[in-house]
Write a protein that binds this ligand. Structure first.
Ligand SMILES: Nc1nc2c(ncn2[C@@H]2O[C@H](COP(=O)(O)OP(=O)(O)OP(=O)(O)O)[C@@H](O)[C@H]2O)c(=O)[nH]1
Ligand SMILES: [Mg+2]
Length: 276
């Protein structure tokens, strides 16, 4: 078995920084964690990528090409599709080792995850190569500290979950930047029964519209709450224990570190008991 985290989220939400932090955490705890850069427009990250999509295709290539003439967003989608068509390249560059643990640092265009099929195809490809995958969706916590924003972030997370159909973790990034008052406000949304607070949106303007809007938000909040649809875990890269907890949560989800032999033995023992 091989293991992967698909690190996704809006532009600037902290994906590349998260990857670097995980690699560093791996070094400190004597564990090999690799990163593959899948952002064809990446300008800066401070890890050493195992594979870099820019060696295959750069978004600039698609924009400057006489025939293609893409803008930055169309170009990006073209690049991911190009990667899929050249999946042999990715497979060869990646190599294959027992217990591979790879983070895929993805581009920041949210539509790649909410409704386009390119990422889904990539996931399928990775699964065919024996990867157990968890999608890790990062949202900048600074965009989550009032009711309306929290609701919108929650809906974005939900569309990604529904589209990718993968085991999934939502992280609130950049917790270190949150002021004490903002932290208190956030805590209200993170409490188990707090989604009703989402109806607590403050809006100026038309009173009747506001009343309806509030009711709608409240209903969506209840729906998410009742079905435990979306949960967020705060991520503070300045806190080693927090990083370690998050890694452990994800490891459990993708069943990393579970000894296959032990499980087989369990089954055998059961069989013997049955025979008796
Ligand atoms: N204070 C603080 N800053 C952070 C944290 N994570 C990321 N940043 C900063 O936020 C900016 C964006 O971070 P990146 O890691 O490049 O974000 P990204 O999601 O990879 O961005 P794109 O690849 O452009 O979509 C950088 O200036 C980071 O230094 C964090 O946990 N705390
Ligand atoms: Mg990045």
């Amino acid at each position: 078995m091989r293991y992967a985290q698909l690190v996704i989220g809006p532009a600037g939400s902290g994906k590349s920084t998260y990857c670097s932090a995980m690699v560093q955490h791996g070094v400190d705890s004597k564990r090999n964690i690799e990163v593959i850069n899948l952002d064809p427009a990446a300008e800066y990250f401070d890890y050493q990528p195992l594979v870099d999509i820019r060696e295959l295709i750069h978004v600039q290539d698609t924009m400057e090409d006489e025939e293609l003439h893409f803008g930055p967003n169309g170009g990006l989608i073209f690049c991911i599709e190009y990667l899929l068509e050249n999946s042999d390249w990715l497979r060869d560059r990646m190599g294959e080792h027992e217990d591979d643990y790879i983070l895929f640092d993805c581009p920041g265009q949210i539509e790649l995850y909410t409704h386009l099929t390119a990422m889904k195809k990539l996931v399928k490809q990775l699964q065919d190569w024996n990867f157990s995958i968890c999608s890790v969706f990062l949202v900048d916590v600074q965009f989550m500290t009032d009711g309306a924003k929290f609701l919108s972030g929650t809906m974005a997370a939900l569309s990604v979950m529904v589209n990718l159909e993968l085991p999934h973790v939502n992280l609130l990034s950049k917790m270190d930047l949150l002021s004490k008052t903002a932290r208190k406000r956030l805590d209200r949304f993170l409490e188990p029964d707090a989604h009703s607070i989402l109806g607590d949106v403050e809006l100026a303007g038309n009173f009747h519209f506001n009343k309806k809007y509030r009711k709608l938000s409240e209903s969506i909040g209840h729906l998410i709450e009742d079905y435990s649809l979306v949960r967020f875990i705060p991520l503070n890269l300045k806190n080693e224990e927090n990083i370690s907890d998050i890694l452990l949560t994800i490891d459990n989800i993708i069943q990393y570190g579970e000894d296959g032999d032990v499980r087989t033995k369990d089954f055998e023992e059961k069989d013997e008991e049955d025979d008796n």
